[in-house]
Design a protein around this ligand. Structure first.
Ligand SMILES: [Zn+2]
Ligand SMILES: [Zn+2]
Ligand SMILES: [Zn+2]
Length: 124
């Protein structure tokens, strides 16, 4: 199976999904072939929602008195950590240390998940 072209299509699918109509992507066969098992196991009903958090802050940045750009939520343990644009990239480091694969965006108005293992995103 030519993995590289499938990955490319998957990324196009993700971009389409974010800008246009969700149904377009859900009917794309290649997208569903590429969907990772981590993302497939998470739905809007089962994911750890940002609505559960009274305070929005990166746990690790708060400890070392640093700042962050955007916030992500680990969907395995619920830690709220900072994004790749942040100086310390705590969400990515958390994945590297624990293997917890999925983060969701904790930003207002954003409803997407990202799998670090498969480098794939999904809207919910
Ligand atoms: Zn995955
Ligand atoms: Zn941080
Ligand atoms: Zn975690």
């Amino acid at each position: 199976m030519p993995l590289c072209s499938l990955t490319l299509c998957c990324h196009i699918g993700f971009r389409l999904n974010r800008t246009t109509d969700k149904r377009q992507v859900n009917t794309c066969l290649i997208w569903s072939h590429m969907s990772c098992k981590h993302l497939n196991n998470l739905t809007a009903e089962t994911l750890i929602s940002k609505a559960n958090y009274p305070i929005f802050r990166c746990e690790e940045c708060t400890r070392i008195n640093s700042r962050w750009v955007h916030l992500r939520i680990c969907q395995t343990c619920g830690k709220m950590l900072c994004c790749d644009s942040s100086e310390h990239q705590h969400a990515r480091r958390h994945y590297e240390e624990t293997g917890h694969p999925i983060v969701s965006s904790a930003e207002l108005g954003e409803q997407w998940l990202w799998c670090f293992v498969h480098q794939q995103g999904k809207d919910y």
